[in-house]
Ligand binder design. Structure first.
Ligand code: NAD
Length: 250
């Protein structure tokens, strides 16, 4: 299946220390890619897992809320394997408090990582891709790119923004060899959703609303991510791919 082969490509994946990011990073490596895993801590588990299977991976520890580090992140990432072919903006946080008393600190923290860092990393990696005339960018959106959610106004604003950035960049870059798309995961079992998983009633009511009858796992994202990272999706631009067990169809 050469269409999905990522051999010789280099993927920069943010938030790769666990959850969805780790699964995508490992999946890319299994499809042949070199992986640069960006994590907020020195956690090397993802990189070690890839190397243990014979893949090539490097770690960059960076707090992406800090705009001053982003240029170095991209430059260092490009230096490891000779460029960046695939960028996955996956790192994201959620702060759960009602809108009436959602603190400014929470708002800025969420917008800083989930929206500002996403745009600036697209810009920094995108400049290099534009120079080469090829590249794939995948931004991780959410069901809250379409819906309002409850008690998560900053997160909802950031994820609506992620789909906006995705479409805006696709319009400018589609004709220049770069595909910018997004994946909107449904309810997936990770740290991000741990508080909901721990709330039996909420967990049950959400599960009952999912046509597939179950929550997603990080592995459910691997195939769609490889698809959008590979030449199989060369004529897809500005698309938001829901991987949600049917949630949006309901
Ligand atoms: P997670 O909490 O397991 O992963 C978040 C990742 O972001 C971690 O690797 C973490 O280290 C990284 N991160 C956090 N703060 C950071 C910072 N300041 N700098 C750099 N990295 C930082 O959760 P997840 O579910 O794997 O989330 C991954 C993405 O998927 C997020 O953008 C999230 O909003 C999105 N998402 C998740 C779900 C879900 O149901 N789990 C649904 C829709 C969208």
């Amino acid at each position: 299946m050469n269409l999905f082969d990522l051999s010789g490509k280099t993927a920069l994946v943010t938030g790769a220390s666990g959850g969805l990011g780790r699964a995508m990073a490992v999946g890319f490596a299994e499809a042949g890619a070199n992986v640069v895993a960006v994590a907020s801590s020195e956690s090397a588990e993802t990189v070690e897992a890839i190397r243990a299977k014979g893949g090539r991976a490097e770690l960059i520890a960076a707090d992406l809320r800090n705009e001053d580090v982003l240029e170095d992140v991209v430059e260092n990432a490009a230096g490891f394997f000779g460029g960046i072919d695939i960028l996955v903006n996956n790192a994201g946080i959620i702060r759960r408090t009602p809108a009436a008393n959602h603190s400014r600190e929470d708002w800025h923290e969420v917008i800083g990582l989930n929206l500002n860092a996403v745009f600036f990393l697209c810009q920094l990696a995108g400049q290099r891709m534009l120079d080469r005339g090829s590249g794939k960018i995948i931004n991780i959106a959410s069901m809250l790119s379409f819906q309002g959610g409850i008690n998560v106004p900053g997160y909802t604003a950031s994820k609506h923004g992620v789909t906006g950035i995705t479409k805006a960049l696709a319009n400018e870059w589609a004709g220049r060899g770069i595909q910018v798309n997004a994946i909107a995961p449904g309810y997936m079992k990770t740290n991000n959703t741990a508080p909901i998983l721990a709330d039996e009633n909420r967990y049950r009511s959400i599960t009952e609303r999912i046509p597939a009858g179950r929550w997603g796992t990080p592995e459910d994202l691997v195939g769609p991510a490889i698809f959008l990272a590979s030449s199989a999706s060369d004529y897809m631009n500005g698309h938001v791919l829901c991987v949600d067990g049917g949630w949006m169809a309901r």
